[in-house]
Design a protein around this ligand. Structure first.
Ligand SMILES: Cc1cc2nc3c(=O)[nH]c(=O)nc-3n(C[C@H](O)[C@H](O)[C@H](O)COP(=O)(O)OP(=O)(O)OC[C@H]3O[C@@H](n4cnc5c(N)ncnc54)[C@H](O)[C@@H]3O)c2cc1C
Ligand code: SF4
Length: 546
């Protein structure tokens, strides 16, 4: 039996996104002797990073003030910022005075967050951080009530569980502190919330599914620096979400669509809502003649301040979207992810200097509470609950009013509203909901799932255990199919789940190799029967410029 290797660090960081990399850099800036490693499940840093992204550079500037001189891939400044309400055939541009300054994109940049992470990783490595792409953290090490590190996934296990030639057991990475920077709905972060009761007394976390395509536009249709957000059609009034379109770089255009995962109609199909949204005349005229070159999807946290869990626990901390710091009306989370990583790093560096390790970094919770991140989220705390309770049309003026009173007077007429239940509990029965007919893809403006997964460059070793674990394999057919029309067939943006006929009976099929790691199934399955675990290292999408 092969032995499990073990390595020790001062700080182990799970996840090489903006939060994890900012934490790693901050630790090394404070103490070059602090040993830090970053584990990343993607084949390289950035491979699994999918975002809009219009970024607020505030945290980046605090972390690396001379990022411009150092060549950060942050080049396209926002020059035109538009907000539209779509009906089926028309687009109404909303005037800027309706939105308070906190919504402004002045001074912000359109980037590929994936490319920015690659650059951050190079900065971290130059400071001595050890980065291990292709190494998913699969299990927690918890001893005597404290997190002591993580175990990476085993390599070389066959689908049926037997050890193949070259089987290598995962490694133990032990740290005096372990930071979890897994992004939205992290598989280990979820376990930590349960193990240490981190969500107790807080509202449940809320999510959206974000789908995105990268396009190359004909030069005449590209308006570098243009940011466009749209709401309304094709979503109905009860379903939250909307479209984004960012023009950047050399004729590149990031176009995407978010659907709030508290939608109620199980026949709704977020992927096809996105495809339909692109056929709106105002969007189609920009994309027509262009070429789609990338696709991906990822969950986004939407719960805001009400849903932020307790951040620290014995031996570790949640940073970035593992805890959920997205400012929903601004659709921005990367600045808050970076800043919370930096705050945790400062708390850990001070604790290590004082000879501590393995205890609770309460200083990090305290620093967050007085930080600009907490203020950023506090001002917008009622946007999501108002949207969920009132529907898009009625919510818009109330959200506008609430953002203005928060910005001007620091108060909300609504106090702090709750979110209600978790997203998996919002589906109504299929028989009570109208079916939705989606148009067939045309292959130039609109696409099907399989050709989309193809341009996400997704790849998994085929002969490995399925990483989408069903707690009870019977539930998809015995419960989800009759009650909800098995919605996994529609909410999964990669066609992983199918109900196929076999000898006259329905069978639930999991095409795990297509999974783009968005985590939607683990969030939205109405029976909470699907558990997303990390597959063998390096598997998943290989995003470029996303
Ligand atoms: C469609 C969409 C549009 C968005 N638009 C914007 C925008 O315009 N501006 C903005 O500021 N924000 C935007 N956001 C939000 C922003 O992307 C997030 O707030 C930000 O990426 C969070 O950073 P993070 O480091 O916490 O997590 P992530 O960016 O998700 O990074 C987590 C990393 O950890 C890795 N990982 C996860 N689990 C493990 C594990 N167990 N072992 C090893 N590695 C692991 C992942 O592969 C990934 O590389 C958007 C999000 C979406 C989905
Ligand atoms: S299987 Fe789950 S995590 Fe993978 S792409 Fe589908 S919904 Fe997302």
């Amino acid at each position: 039996m092969a032995q499990r290797e073990s390595m020790e660090y001062d700080v182990v960081i799970v996840g090489g996104g903006p939060a994890g990399l900012a934490a790693a850099i901050r630790l090394k800036q404070i103490g070059s002797d602090i040993s830090v490693c970053v584990l990343e499940k993607g084949s390289e840093i950035g491979a699994h990073i999918l975002s809009g992204a219009v970024i607020d550079p505030r945290a980046l500037t605090e972390l690396i003030p001379d990022w411009k001189e150092k060549g950060a891939p942050v080049e396209t400044m926002v020059t035109d910022d538009r907000f539209c309400f779509f009906t089926r055939g028309a687009a109404l541009t909303l005037p800027h005075f309706l939105f308070p300054p906190l919504m402004s994109n002045r001074g912000n940049y359109i980037v590929s967050l994936s490319n920015l992470c690659k650059w951050l990783a190079a900065q971290a490595e130059s400071l001595g951080v050890e980065i291990y792409p292709g190494f998913p953290a699969h299990d927690l090490i918890v001893e005597n009530g404290a997190v002591k590190g993580v175990i990476t996934g085993d390599l070389g296990i066959a689908k049926d569980g037997h050890h193949k030639d070259g089987y290598t057991p995962g490694m133990e990475l032990r740290g005096k502190y372990t930071f979890f920077a897994e992004g939205a709905h992290g598989s280990l972060s979820k376990q930590l919330c349960a193990e240490f009761g981190l969500q107790e007394g807080r509202e449940p976390q809320k999510f959206g599914i974000g789908l995105k395509e990268l396009w190359e536009l004909p030069a005449g249709q590209h308006k570098k620096g243009l940011v466009l957000h749209g709401m309304g059609w094709p979503l109905d009034n009860e379903t939250g979400g909307g479209l984004f379109m960012y023009h950047w770089g050399d004729n590149l255009c990031s176009v995407g669509f978010v659907v709030h995962l508290n939608y109620t109609n199980p026949w709704l199909d977020p992927f096809n809502e996105f495809q339909r949204a692109k056929t709106h005349p105002a969007i189609a005229k920009i994309l027509t003649g262009g070429k789609r070159i990338g696709y991906g999807a990822r969950a986004i946290t939407e719960g805001g301040t009400q849903s932020v869990p307790k951040l620290s626990f014995p031996g570790g901390a949640l940073i970035g979207c593992s805890a959920g710091f997205v400012n929903l009306p601004r659709i921005k989370g990367s600045h808050n992810a970076m800043k919370t990583g930096m705050l945790a790093a400062e708390a850990a560096a001070a604790a290590l200097k004082a000879g501590r390790g393995g205890d609770t970094l309460s200083e990090y919770d305290a620093a967050y509470a007085t930080s600009w991140v907490a203020k950023d989220l506090h001002h917008v705390r009622n946007a999501k609950p108002l949207w969920s309770k009132l529907g898009t049309l009625l919510a818009l003026p109330f959200i506008g009013l609430d953002l203005w009173t928060n910005q001007l007077f620091g108060v909300s007429l609504f106090g702090t509203l709750g979110h209600g239940g978790a997203d998996f509990a919002t589906l109504r029965k299929a028989a009570d909901c109208p079916k939705i007919a989606y148009p067939k893809p045309d292959g130039t403006l609109t696409f099907d799932r399989l050709s989309s997964v193809f341009v996400s460059n997704t790849n998994h070793e085929e002969d490995q255990p399925v990483h989408l674990v069903l707690k009870d394999p019977a539930i998809p057919i015995s419960v989800n199919l009759p009650e909800y029309g098995e919605p996994a067939q529609r909410y999964c943006p990669a066609g992983v789940y199918e109900v196929v006929e076999e000898a006259g009976h329905p069978r639930f099929q999991i095409n795990a190799q297509n999974c783009v790691h968005c985590k939607t199934c683990d969030i939205k399955d109405p029976s909470q029967n699907i558990v997303w675990v990390t597959p063998e290292g390096g598997g998943g999408p290989n995003y470029t410029n996303m």
